[in-house]
Write a new protein. Sequence first.
Length: 306
Amino acid sequence: MVVRYKIEGEKLVQSNDGNLMFFTQLTPEEKRYLLDNLLIDEHTLNSSLDPEELARLEIEPEHFAFIIKAPKHHIAADELLFRVQSIGIFLFKDKMVVVSQDPLTEFLNSKPFQKILSIKDVFFKIIYSFIVQFYNHLNTINRISDELEAKLSQAQENKYLLHLFSLEKSLVYYHNAINTNHFLLEKIKFNANKLNITDEEKELLEDILIENNQCLRQAETYSSILASLMDARASIIANNLNVLMKILNIITITIMVPTFVVSLFSMNVFIPIAEYKHAFWIILGMCLVSAISFIIIWNMKINKIK
């Protein structure tokens, strides 16, 4: 599917003959049009739909090809796993082609696109919009991790830990994507003359670089905090397990001592107090004394260790 826009009155207006083309979920016919009519390299076009591809710039005879990383639209099936996607932008002298898996036209009415001066202006503002999306998703991940931390402090359930693992994995994806976008922006800056970037566009590019670096620092911070949280949570769980095992051992030994006393008097041999009518209660009292003695001795040893 393709949606076309053109610049009219410093705004983007949808038009059937627009020179700004946004392709989503390419059909075989659309793919042949891009390959045969616009002479886009097939490998580069396929990279636009491959989430594993790194961001990069390729200079072709008729156009410039950019592979950019962006957050993927979150779906319920992914639960708390946030993924990234690759976006292909092909910049010609008189037109621009954008190829993606998810529709990108939804943010073309946002604030950055209220004043459009040129095709390259649209290009830079699309990249800026991706950075804003990364920001928003990072803040969402941070809020979710805070909620999961609060739930984990009340209930030790595996599902909350698995959710935290998913968020930690998402932050790794986002950090790598933002970092590879940083190298792409640096390469664009280095090739500014080849790309015919004006002074005003260079200033916009500098602002985008600053925003991307801040977004990268934020991703690193959240990733570090979540990793520390996971380590702390693992230590707490291990400590709670040790405390539980200690309690179970105390209970087991406390039961074993009276059991030994009862077993001793249950052997088929002569028992000194067998002729007494209160022998049962005497043995029961000895069991109770042995259990209490063990608990007292245990507490004395624990206090010495502390």
